[in-house]
Every structure is written in C-alpha cells, then in structure tokens.
Design a protein around this ligand. Structure first.
Ligand code: PMP
Length: 390
C-alpha cells in the first residue's frame, strides 16, 4: 500500500514524495475508511448523479463572483444547528479544498493582517503534525513555526503576533483542549474531531476561528471539503481571497456531493435523534467498540500505556457516552524502548510520531474493519511476547 502520512513525520520526509508504507501501513494514517461500510450498507443514501453540463463555470451563479453554492453553506449551518457543536449565527463561512488548505489560508491571512512583524505559529505538543510540516514547507516570509506557545508571554514586546493552532478534540490523543487566555493573539480551533461519533458534544463551540472538515464527519476525505467559521469580516475576506488565488474556489462536484451527504445525515435524524441508522450512531458504535478492544489488549501491559479518556455527557445523544476516539495514543514505558514507533514497527505495525518525542506513537482506529483486525492481532501478539519475556 502507498501511504501519504510518512510525509508528516518530519520536514525531510515531507520532501521525499510518496513512500511505501509496507504491509503494516494500516495503523499509520487517519484515513477515515471505517465509514465506507455505512455508505455501502445504505446505497440509496448520498448518491449523486452529475450530468455533463452541470456547473461548468468557475462561478456557481452566472455573472456573480460566488464560489460556493448557497445550498452547501445552508446545509453546513443546518448540520451545526442540529448537532449543536458550533455557533454559526452571525458568522462567515469559507469553504476550502479540505481543511488542510484552510489551515494555511487562515495562518497566512492572520499574518498578512499583522504584516508589520513576522508572526510565530505555535502549537502545544502533542499536536497534529501537519501544522508544523505545512508551515515549514510553505516557508513564508510572514511567519515561522515556533513550536511551543508556553515560551511566549502575552506582554512581551517587539515580537510578532502569535498564531496558535489547536485541535480540539486533539489529534493524536482526543483530549478536549482550550487555550488559556492572553497567551496567543490569535487561536485557530481545529474542530475536525468535534462530532458526536468521535467525541461527546459538551457545548456549542463559539471561538473566533473554527475549522471543520467533511473528512471526519462522513469519511469522504477524497472530496477535499473543509470549512472555516470566522467571526471577523476582514479576516473572512482575506481567507476567501486566499482560496480564490490558491485554487480559484472549490470543486463544484465536491460541493454538490458534500451537500448531498450532509443532507442525508440531517434527514436521517430529522425524526428525532434516536434514529439508530444515522451515521453518528454507526460511527460511535464502531469506535466505542474499537476503543474497548484496544483498552483490553493493553490493560495488563506494563510496557505500553494508553491515553486516558473518560465517559462524558453528550448533548447530541442526550446521554453519557463512552470514549470513541479516532486514534490510540500509546506510550512506551520501558526505558530501552526509546523509539516507540520502531517498537511497533518491529511487530508489523506502522504508527505515526507526533511533535512530542519518540516515547509516543499514534495508531489509527479510523480505518476499515479488516485493517483494524490486523492491527489488533499484531498488537495482541506484541503484548503477549512482552509478557512472556518478562
Ligand atoms: N485537522 C486535523 C486535526 C486532522 O486530523 C486532519 C486530517 N487528518 C485535518 C485537519 C485535515 O483534514 P482535511 O481532510 O479536511 O484536509
């Protein structure tokens, strides 16, 4: 199998183009293929037929500089309204070619609006590795990746604006996070995982800048649809302009597909959220069970430990729900296991390192069932070997 994720390990790898994942590549990437089974089981949902003449123009309406279909924007707002995970009233929405494009679009735009100084882009470890790799690779004169926000204080003088990237729930460890006030001037909340199948919805997020992606909602990562919800009009216009200059908008086919997929979710819950056939029920059931499996494999291991997650009340499901994270964030506890990813690799499991040293490795729980079964078989064997050798 060919894998994209080795890109994100380090800046050096990032320039190495495609790299063969090898047979254990299953656990490396966050590619959300677990949703494929849902769409296969419901073939009448989400299907889109596109005639040859459909939206050939750059614009979505003749003679109007409109990048996105009204239907998509309305559907996104309706989805947030139904789920209750983000405030969209009186906010602007910019759609991008995946939230990957929007991470840079927002960082660049914030830096541009503070262009009298060089901004620092920071993220607290462990953070989604693309923040650093993308920022460094694009190598802008307007900003640098400066790693750890704790190194800066709110009242330091003569420094550039600090732009903090924070994923909440976090990738890799699924923890819900907030940035303490007065640390960074600008905070970009990446809510890729703030959906009821991945994490309990505890409130409607109301931050100045929030990013979302279709990839982790419906699993359609290949459609490359993400959106930013932005409070400030100037920032919204600047981010929009980035999308115009960078990709001249977003694929109209993808917009249509995203609209249809999201409408399907909304419709499946329109008769009340008890609908067990809904995508969020499906995703939660699969991920809760995968998490329980990983927990039971590692529970008696002294060599490996797993992140701690607690059940919490979810407003969407109107009940307390068990953890259902997209990733297992594993720590190698033995002193000699200095490189946790290498330990996994020795057992045929390719995990991913993040910006927090070599002691930890991330394993994806988001892939197809067959991949997950290979992962658990290999992990079980590794743990058993360890127990019998100690
Ligand atoms: N943010 C986070 C935290 C992610 O995990 C990912 C995908 N792995 C992205 C952004 C990028 O998502 P997209 O597919 O929309 O580019």
């Amino acid at each position: 199998s060919r894998g994209l994720c080795p890109y994100f390990h380090t800046g050096v790898r990032a320039r190495n183009q495609w790299k063969d994942d090898g047979p254990g590549g299953a656990a490396c990437c966050g590619d959300p293929l677990l949703f494929e089974a849902y769409w296969r089981a419901n073939p009448n949902l989400g299907t889109v037929v596109i005639p040859g003449w459909y939206r050939m123009s750059y614009l979505t309406r003749d003679n109007a500089a409109i990048l996105y279909t009204d239907a998509l924007l309305r559907t996104i707002r309706d989805l947030h309204g139904m789920v209750g995970n983000a405030v969209t009233k009186d906010r602007y929405i910019v759609v991008g070619t995946g939230s990957m494009q929007l991470i840079n679009a927002v960082v660049h735009s914030l830096a541009l609006l503070n262009s009298d100084r060089v901004s620092s882009v920071v993220a607290k470890a462990p953070y989604y590795s693309a923040y650093k790799v993308q920022t460094e690779y694009l190598d802008s004169p307007l900003f640098n990746f400066a790693r750890d926000p704790a190194r800066f204080t709110g009242n330091a003088t003569g420094r550039g604006a600090q732009i903090e990237l924070i994923a909440s729930p976090n990738n890799p460890d699924a923890q819900i996070q907030e940035v303490p006030q007065n640390i960074s001037e600008h905070v970009i909340y990446d809510h890729a995982y703030n959906w009821p199948h991945l994490s309990p919805i505890t409130k409607a997020s109301d931050h100045d800048i929030m990013l979302f992606t279709l990839s982790k909602i419906t699993g359609h990562a290949g459609s490359r649809i993400g959106w930013a919800i932005i409070k400030d009009y100037n920032l919204y216009r600047t981010v929009q302009w980035y999308v115009v200059l960078n990709t001249l908008g977003v694929s109209h086919e993808s917009q249509l597909r995203a609209t249809q997929l999201i409408r399907t979710i909304i419709k499946s819950y329109s008769e009340g959220i008890r609908n067990e056939k809904g995508l969020f029920h499906y995703g939660r059931e699969v991920l809760e069970s995968r998490w329980a499996t990983i927990q039971s494999i590692l529970k008696n291991s002294s060599r490996f430990s797993l992140q701690e997650l607690k059940p919490d009340y979810c407003f969407f499901f109107a009940q307390i729900v068990d953890p259902s994270p997209g990733h297992a964030w594993i720590r190698c506890n033995y002193e000699e296991d200095v490189d946790c990813a290498a330990v996994m690799l020795s057992a045929g499991i390719i995990g991913r390192k993040f910006g927090s040293g070599n002691r930890f490795v991330r394993l994806s729980l988001l892939k197809r069932r067959s991949h997950f079964e290979i992962l658990t078989a290999r992990l079980t064997k590794l743990v058993a070997q360890t127990s019998s050798s100690t």
